[in-house]
Structures are given as C-alpha cells and as structure tokens.
Ligand binder design. Structure first.
Ligand code: IMP
Ligand code: MG
Length: 177
C-alpha cells in the first residue's frame, strides 16, 4: 500500500507484467511498421516512461517527438485540451504513431487526431499503455493497446495523482474509502 497526498493506493499491475505487455505491443508494431520510418508522438507527461521502454523494443527506424497537452486536474477531467508544447517536426506524408499512457474518456486523442491529419500525416494510429473502455465517451479507433482496465483511478509507471506518483515501477489503484 502507498499513500499519495490524501489518497491510499494498492498494488494493481506488477512491473513484470507491464514489461511483458509492453514487449508484446512492440512486437505488433515491429511487424506492422517493418521497412517504414514513422514518427512517434509521445504525450507528456504521462507517456514518458512507457515511451522510453517501448522504443527500446522497436526494430524499425523511427523518430520520436514529445508533445504536451493539459486536460486533467486531480482526478477529474475538465473536458478541455490545451496545447502546452507543440510539434517541432513536419509530419507531412509521414506515418504517425501516437504514444499515450492511458485513454480514459478519449477526449485528448479525439481532439488530437484531426489536428495531426490536418498537418498531412499519411497515417495516424494510437499506441496506448492502458485504456478504460468503460469510460470512453467519444468514438475512437485504438489499434494498439497493451492493457485494458476497469473505471478506476491508477498511478505509477508514468501516471500521476495530482503531479505525484509517476516514479513507481508498478501500477497502483486508488483505494476507495
Ligand atoms: P482522456 O482525454 O479523458 O482520455 O484522458 C487521458 C489523460 O488523462 C491521460 O493521458 C492521463 O494523463 C489522464 N488520466 C486518465 N485516467 C487516469 C488515471 O487513472 N490516472 C492518472 N491519469 C489518468
Ligand atoms: Mg496523459
């Protein structure tokens, strides 16, 4: 059990299992992107650890860019997506893979996809570590997902509660009181 600010969290997904699922997802990408040279667009801050682990399994040439959007405060979505750090590389006629930590309502991805397509990307796919299918509020085609979880708030492996908890190797779920 761990405590972050006012909440307690209990072990949920062990780091060994995360590593296995990240490696398996990388194998799918290796098969689909063999001989291509895609741009990975990783979403800060949450995806930094997933992206770092994922790219070390990739066997095709690629570039990586980090972008930052803001939509969350504490445990509730505000429904708004604000660009804080943008792209500094042309994606025109490039295959793009968005690397995300978790898809919750899907709002962030739903807003980002048309923006990337408007910049002339040849293809855009989503690779996410986690997804809460029960919370999805918009139509979203997620081609690559390492793990699906129920509607619960989690921390660790890059994910935070109010800015804290990204450093934990394993993933923890909030303990309802
Ligand atoms: P969406 O736009 O509602 O899909 O929200 C996606 C973003 O919300 C993710 O990139 C995370 O940063 C954050 N998020 C969603 N669920 C969780 C969670 O359980 N723990 C920590 N962050 C979360
Ligand atoms: Mg995020």
């Amino acid at each position: 059990m761990i405590t972050i600010k006012d909440k307690q969290f209990e072990p949920f997904i062990h780091h060994g299992q995360i590593a296995d699922r990240v490696a398996a997802l990388a194998e799918k990408l290796n098969a689909d992107y063999k001989g291509k040279n895609p741009i990975l667009i990783a979403i800060l801050n949450g995806a930094f650890i997933f992206a770092a682990d994922l790219v070390r399994h990739l066997t095709f040439d690629h570039e990586i860019q980090f972008v930052k959007y803001s939509s969350y405060e504490g445990m509730d979505t505000t429904g708004k997506v604000k660009e804080l750090i943008g792209l500094s590389l042309s994606i025109e006629n490039r295959d793009v893979i968005i690397v995300e930590d978790i898809i919750d309502t899907g709002t962030t991805m739903y807003n980002l996809l048309p923006q990337l397509k408007a910049k002339g990307a040849k293809s855009v796919e989503i690779a996410t570590l986690l997804m809460k299918p029960g919370k999805l509020a918009v139509p979203l085609d997620v081609k690559y997902c390492a793990m699906q979880i129920p509607n619960e708030f989690i921390v660790g492996y890059g994910l935070d509660y109010d800015g804290v908890g990204r450093n934990y190797k394993s993933i923890y779920v909030v303990k309802e009181d």
